[in-house]
Design a protein around this ligand. Sequence first.
Ligand SMILES: *Cc1c(COP(=O)(O)O)cnc(C)c1O
Length: 397
Amino acid sequence: MTAPPPDLGPPLRPTWVEIDPAAIAANVRAVRAVTAPVPVWAVVKADGYGHGAVTAARAALEGGAEGLAVALVEEGEELRAAGVDARLLLLSEPPPGAEARVVAAGIEPTAYSAAAVEAMARAVAGRGGPGAVGGPWPLHLKVDTGMHRVGAAPGAAPGLARLVADRPELRLASVWTHMAVADEPDSGFTAEQADRFAAACAAVEAAGVPVPVRHAANSAAALAHPATRLDLVRVGIAAYGIAPSPALAGAVDLVPALRLVSRVAHVKVVAAGEAISYGQRYRVAAPTTVATVPVGYADGVRRALGAAGGVVLVGGRRCPIAGTVTMDQITVDCGPRAAVRPGDEVVLIGRQGVAEVTAEEWAERLGTIGYEVTCGIGARVPRRVRPRSATPGEPGP
Ligand SMILES: *Cc1c(COP(=O)(O)O)cnc(C)c1O
């Protein structure tokens, strides 16, 4: 949750994230155009990869997503509290004891152990209130085909599927798996996982349990491995307009949905020979104009970004982060005699005029992936949702 603390008035610090729901909707449409007729379910875990879960969910549904997926029961509850009534897949087993809340929120859980299947059956049997009407509860059986994070061993899948089928409170809604290297298009292991998955599904059916829906693909697999699309694809990162990996940049036209923006708080000229910020790692050979911007590593601007060559946009120009990123502020080298003033807009991620800094650019500098960049933007930064109007991806007002 990124909600600001209650009743403290509007944020005073001019640092914010701007979310463009039209971009998310357009990205889901773009992926659907590639995967059609296979439906897209949008993954909105981790606060919609930092974009705001409710904003992301609504935009993805508007773009034609047929369901949503979350990592935590609480994430599902947040969506329900906001009135999102789409189908909601929980990507892991509920923590023991959470089953009644799964039922109360109308969440469709994943399971990969007999204990989780039985706990869900008990929770459904004991349900009361408005949820008490309705048939067997949909449960999704996850098979581990090589990622080795969570999932049932393929050999255990038929027995678990039988357990679900034998429980009148439950029905097997899907069998699914998750790919480990789909973002490396040249790896043969995705095909290997797909083969193992097909065999596991066949074994479930041979045990007498029909498999109504199969799914395996994340964004990378959906785009780069058509054979893994099966009956639905679970798309996260692409919905936010970020390529799953450099190898997949340009696989489909995506529009970044997030801008990280601030304003210059303080300007000074630093003399030749002086150094800027902690550790004096950025020493200037000639006098230069330095702008201080109120955003720092507590907001998700990683401390290493200065040394890694990170830039921000000021006045439509790429200007280097001058030295070490501090907890609450960065210093920016705007160059000699730069016409920069307190209040000027600074873009850390996103477009300003024709210039652009992407989450992928940060990721490359920091040795990580775009996912970690947007998920890392702290809850201290308010999310502003861009009014629905103009072209997706155009900087807002
Ligand atoms: C996060 C996640 C996804 C979405 O992955 P992207 O690479 O963001 O598309 C799909 N399936 C599972 C199980 C996940 O955990």
